[in-house]
Design a protein around this ligand. Structure first.
Ligand SMILES: Cc1cc2nc3c(=O)[nH]c(=O)nc-3n(C[C@H](O)[C@H](O)[C@H](O)COP(=O)(O)O)c2cc1C
Length: 382
């Protein structure tokens, strides 16, 4: 499967193409909109989320509620585009808007302007903006729908915001009811207070998102080649999310300080099946899923657009100048969790199709069933 996105933050809209989706997958716009809405929620978001009410239009690849095997093409319009028509016009305009030249430390402004030779940082901002993640979430919803057919469910929860930490529970109702996607009400309140304090100081906050996948089929990914190993593929996809800067699989960072005997997950057998007494590996061994829940955490840095900007420089003159200030979020960790679900779902759906075929959902399911029959029950006398 392939996932491509196009479109600018304040252009007419975003486009997603998901290529390689098997035919016969039940899919509706309403189902995709659920995740688009979840991405827009969360305490700490800026004014933009009050303007946009994201809804997908399916442009291709789906007919009468089922995928056809053709590329799935999705469009999410930018409602805000009407006020940006002159600034973002694809056609030349008589009176071009003033260029953005004050560079934001931590954003893509400087690196992008240098790389592409832009004199107006707007040409970088528009694509580096995480508005693009709406397109990823739309594509991820397609991947989630495919995973659900074989019983795999991807889920996320906020592990920390700033210094406030909370052990994930993956209590779906409690997480979705929390404005910061944290199941513990007291910790939620503390996270909200931390975001409010950062906002009052003209500052921003980051945090960590925990991801879990249940119902994982063992053997997704591959051991034989570096670029087929699933842990590496997951890391690439998750670290490509705007402001994602760190990742651990299972308990990686704690495990790095412990002994092997405390870290590795003993293997037992119950009712003719291999079982684990714990899951510190996060369900990945040798670049393949081992059948346990997949667990990975992603660290998101604090947002780089600061209402009290850091010292910086002007792109054109080099003169010292405070960084550009643009309408911005204060903390995006709750939304980032939904984006991370989408990226993880895409990698797993891709690995699923790779192992079981991707022409039709029926063929894929039959292939999964055959594989499950081969795996269980394990004949213990052998
Ligand atoms: C859901 C989400 C929303 C974001 N919103 C903003 C924002 O409002 N302002 C901002 O400066 N950065 C925001 N970011 C982060 C920037 O897009 C990101 O820092 C920038 O593209 C530079 O890329 P990098 O941080 O990955 O190096 C957001 C990130 C995510 C995941």
């Amino acid at each position: 499967m392939r996932l491509l996105t196009a479109g600018e933050s304040h252009g007419r809209g975003l486009v997603t193409v998901v290529d390689g989706v098997p035919a016969g997958l039940a899919l509706t716009a309403a189902e995709i909109d659920v995740d688009l809405r979840r991405r827009q929620l969360g305490y700490g978001r800026g004014a933009r989320q009050r303007i946009e009410r994201d809804a997908v239009v399916i442009l291709g690849g789906v007919r009468h509620g089922r995928t056809t095997g053709a590329p799935v093409a999705l469009q999410v319009a930018n409602r805000d585009a009407v006020s940006w028509e002159r600034v973002m016009s694809p056609e030349p305009v008589a009176d071009p808007p003033a260029a953005v030249t004050r560079l934001r430390p931590g954003h893509a402004d400087l690196a992008g302007a240098l790389k592409y030779g832009h004199e107006d940082v707007r040409d970088v901002i528009e694509r580096s903006s995480a508005r693009e993640t709406a397109a990823r979430v739309a594509g991820g919803a397609v991947a989630k729908a495919l995973l659900r057919v074989v019983g795999m469910e991807v889920w996320s929860e906020t592990r920390s915001i700033g210094e406030v930490e909370c052990e994930p529970t993956f209590d779906e109702a409690a997480v979705e009811a929390s404005e910061v996607r944290c199941a513990d009400p007291a910790k939620s309140a503390a996270m909200i207070a931390a975001i409010a304090a950062a906002r009052d100081a003209g500052d921003t906050l980051g945090g960590v998102v925990a991801l879990r996948v249940s119902g994982v089929i063992p053997g997704l990914g591959a051991v034989g080649q570096w670029d087929r190993r699933l842990d590496g593929r997951i890391a690439q996809a998750l670290l490509s999310i705007q402001s994602a800067k760190g990742l651990q699989v299972g308990d990686a960072f704690a495990a790095a300080r412990e002994r092997g005997s405390a870290v590795h997950d003993p293997i037992g057998v119950r009712d003719g099946r291999f079982v684990r007494e714990r899951n510190r590996a996060g369900g990945l061994e040798g670049g393949m899923t081992n059948g346990e829940d997949l667990r990975t955490d992603v660290a998101f840095k604090p947002i780089s657009t600061l209402m009290r900007p850091l010292p910086s420089a002007d792109l054109r003159t080099g003169a010292p100048s405070p960084a550009h200030v643009e309408r911005s979020d204060v903390c995006v960790v709750p939304a980032a969790g939904v984006v991370a679900e989408a990226m993880l779902a895409f990698v797993l759906a891709d690995a699923l199709c790779e192992k079981f075929g991707c022409d039709t959902v029926d063929d894929l399911c039959a292939s999964v069933e055959r594989y499950r029959t081969r795996l269980a029950p394990i004949d213990l006398r052998r």
